[in-house]
Design a protein around this ligand. Sequence first.
Ligand SMILES: [Zn+2]
Length: 341
Amino acid sequence: MIPQSNSLIHLPLSGFNAQSIPPCQKLILDFEIGSAPDGTKWSISILVVKGEKAGPIFLVNGGTHGDEYEGPIAIQEMFQTLDPSHVRGTWLGIPVLNEPALRIHSRVGRYDQQDLARTFPGQAKGTLTEQIAHGFGQNVLKQADYYADLHSAGSSLRMVFLSGYGVVDNQEVLNTQRRMALAFGGDLIWGTPLYPGRTISQAAEFGIPAIYAETHGTGGARRQDIDRYREGIQNLMRFLGMLEGPYPTRPARFFRESGDVNQQEGYLQLDHPSPCRGLFVPQVDLWDEVVSGQPIGNIVDAAGRIFATVRSRRSGRIILVRHALSVNENDPLAVVVEGLE
Ligand SMILES: [Zn+2]
């Protein structure tokens, strides 16, 4: 049985209080999170599984970007399988954080074209995307003890399965994040500098241990990727003591950590931007090993004439490659990570 929404009239998100929910509950709570310039009200659904026994508050969301579907479906399915009598603490699942972007199958907001993952901390009376950042940050994320943000490559890119975290100054938080990322799993466990505006940078400001995950994307959701995200959430809950059972403590394949901000490692959009508009013809695929200077692909015109050859900036492995091949200047084409042997 799936519980029904609390009400047709959505309450303001400032009224959300995870602590005040009685134990042994499974609820869907709908809240108003912002209003658009045309007056349209937008809401957010918080799925709550409050365990019989006391424990931490663990928040997980998908749909920070509106063209990423693996996280939303995994969180919806996780909610259906979790049994409050077997859970310690409180699981908060937000399948879709950014409904205005999801509604138009877009990375950015419907009214303001803003990227929610560049907008935190947002503002209460700002654009709709800024309202979402502010409302979510101040009223939901702030209440969490642990946090995970499930992304994917979205409609225009293709990525490996990875879990990542920001290399924060607080050593205790950093250690917890490493262990959270290991527990969640992935073919790459990746610690990188923390960039402003993200959900996980807001979590860092609050002192909340946080990870993010990435997976295949291409504008759909493969069953294997949804299942791996569900397994990741379950393993993370085991690590946090919310569920019984084993979880990974070692990387399955690759581990890398780099806190060097100057290298911009982990900033996926800036690694190999397209030098011009055209058709990108890739010469590499995910996990390929490349050497510095090796061609990643060509940008060609309609006749196949080469505008530019894009070369790898470093030796390493491909973890992201362009999927939608008609590109504009500065569109991300590939990400190469070194040190994955
Ligand atoms: Zn994303």
